[in-house]
Each structure stands twice: as structure tokens, then as C-alpha cells.
Design a protein around this ligand. Sequence first.
Ligand code: NAI
Ligand code: MG
Length: 354
Amino acid sequence: EIKQSYAIDVIAGDGIGQEVMPPAIACIDMLAAKHDFTITWRERDWSSERYLRDGTMMPANGIEQLADGDGIFLGAVGTPDIPDHITLWGLLIPIRRDFMQYINLRPTKLLPGLKPRVTGADSIDLLVVRENVEGEYSELGGRAYRGRPEELAIQEALFTRRGVERVARFALDLASRRSGRLVSATKSNGIIHSMPFWDEVIDEVGKEFSSVTIEPVLIDALAARGVLRPDTLDVVVASNLFGDILSDLLSAAAGSIGIAPSANLNPEHEFPSLFEPVHGSAPDIAGKGLANPIGQMWAGAMMLEHLGQKAAAAELTGAFESVVALGHSTPDLGGSLSTEEFTAAVIEQINTKH
Ligand code: NAI
Ligand code: MG
């Protein structure tokens, strides 16, 4: 049973987040009309600007305000004026954790017509499945003797059986519906407690998926392989930190960080999921009309897919892929179009396809 009307919370955020959000919303509104569904966009001014004004990234009951929505559409947050851990832990991390968005799904694809940065790889089409609520990004630890010569910091990585099982199951299921190959990022030679545990649990869950072959690869070797032969990867499962670094590396290998999307999923649909581009607020190009809106549009397509609007999702990715394939793009992909001009071309694609 697919709903036909949705409430989506929009947090455009900072910098180019403000510039790439309206293009994505314009495309989705057009597709909604074509596919007979409606979206009510609930705009939130949660941003660094708000923090500088009120001292918080979002209202105290921010999480409650989002809870009855069908999804969260985020641009980017971050500014040189505020330390990044404040903007991140004040908004994005509480949303990911309170809504149990334990999967961070990051596709990387070489768009038709684009040359990869990497020689020898003529096709890249892979998915990084990153664990999103535990692992190395834990709150366990502390600091002592602040400001003294013997000052100390301890940061503990937290891996639970349930946490590794559910990310393994999600990745194995995806792999079984694609190539049947799953690469697991590990480091069980150097990190001797959590990583052998990770390997064991992945292996155990793997027994439920007889059609999938699991290949554990040490993260350092995997980083090198991501640069040299990203075409040999299909589905990759990784811990929070490894997945974060690897997905940025792979999206850069495929062209531009400006095109990569990311979904923070609560696969059970018990809570809203969050969809965002991988890139940040890009203060170096903000306000100049140079931002590539593809990452935001693609994140929007992942949101439509998660809502069950698969035809509209496919039409959206098809539309920006066609525009790029025709040789039109923003400067980060070697083109000369502004954000607005590129968006107009995508909207025209959507309009001309019936
Ligand atoms: P960034 O992704 O904002 O920029 C890195 C480089 O890529 C810059 O040269 C930028 O111009 C370029 N770039 C990024 N997106 C682009 C696009 N759509 N089109 C064309 N070029 C694009 O990463 P950076 O500079 O490390 O971080 C800037 C701020 O963003 C920081 O405050 C950081 O904390 C924040 N950030 C926020 C994220 C989020 O909201 N999830 C993710 C990453 C960074
Ligand atoms: Mg990152």
C-alpha cells in the first residue's frame, strides 16, 4: 500500500545547501504532478545562521517536530565560523540516532558521458553500505587533565552484535539482488577486538544468503583498490568510519563530490529517514551559482524510492543523466552551466518525457 501524499521536512542548511535545495524540490514537484502524488514541504531554518542567532542548531523539540513526517530532506550544514563538531552533533547526529537510521547508503556511479578520474575503470556502479549509529563514532570515552602536559583523550569504538547483524543483513540482501558479491571492509589484523567480531558476525549472517559471496578486504588495501580498480566493486559493507572515508574516496574517483547522494535509512519505516548529498556547504563556491545540484537531486530520487514512488525516482535520475550525457554540466564536471541553467535543462527533460 503506497501513500499518495507526504509531509517532508526540508532543512536546506548552509552555503550551497540553500542553492541546490530549490532545484531538487522543483524537479520533485514536477514529478509528483506527473505521477499523481503530493508533497507538503515543511521548511525548517535549522542552520548555522540559527546557531549564531539563538545558540542552537535546532529547537529543543526539533526531533519531535520531525517525528510525524514521512522523511527529511537535508542540504548541507557547516560554516567556517563554527567548529564542525557543533554543527554536526547539534543536528545531523541526533537525527540519525534518535530515528535509528542505522544504514547510510551511498551509491557511486559514473554518469554516462563522463570520464572517470581513474584510468582503466570505464564503468563504476557500486553501493557503499555504511553502519550509521555506532562503531568508531561513539560517545564512549572522555578527556582528563585538560590543559596540562599529561592531558589525555580516550575514544572507544562500540560494536554490538545487533548493530553488525542488521547492517550485514541489509548489505547481503542488496548484494543478492545485484551481482551476488559483497566486499566487507575490515582491519582485523590491526584492530584485534572489534574487527574480528565484525568479520565473524558478517560471516554468520552470510550463511542466510547462499547466493552471495563475501570477500573481506583490509580497509587500507580496499582504499587502494577503490582508486585503482573501482570497477571491481559492487556492494561494500563498512563500519561507520571506514564507510565514511571510503564513500568520499569512491565518489571522487567517479568524478565529483557534487553528484554523490546519501540516504540515512530506518529500513523498518518506524521513523522518518533522511536524504542528503554527500558534499558539504562548500563555502568556497557558495553564492556564485556554481554548485552542482545533482547530489541533491539524486538524494531526492533515493527519497522517492524509499517512499515507494519508484517510477518517479527512476525518471529523476534518468533526467539528470540525460542532460549530462548530452554534454551539459556545471563547472565541477567540466561544463559551463550555472546551477540554474543546469536545473532548467533537467526540468525540460522531465517535461518532454511523457
Ligand atoms: P565540501 O563538500 O563542502 O567541499 C569540498 C570541495 O568540493 C569544495 O572545493 C567545494 O567547492 C566542492 N563541492 C562540494 N559540493 C559541490 C557541488 N555541489 N558542486 C560543485 N562543487 C562542490 O566539504 P568541506 O569544504 O570539507 O566542508 C565545508 C563545510 O561543510 C564544513 O563546515 C563541513 O563541516 C561541512 N560539511 C557538511 C556535511 C553535511 O552537511 N552532511 C558534509 C561534509 C561537510
Ligand atoms: Mg564524509
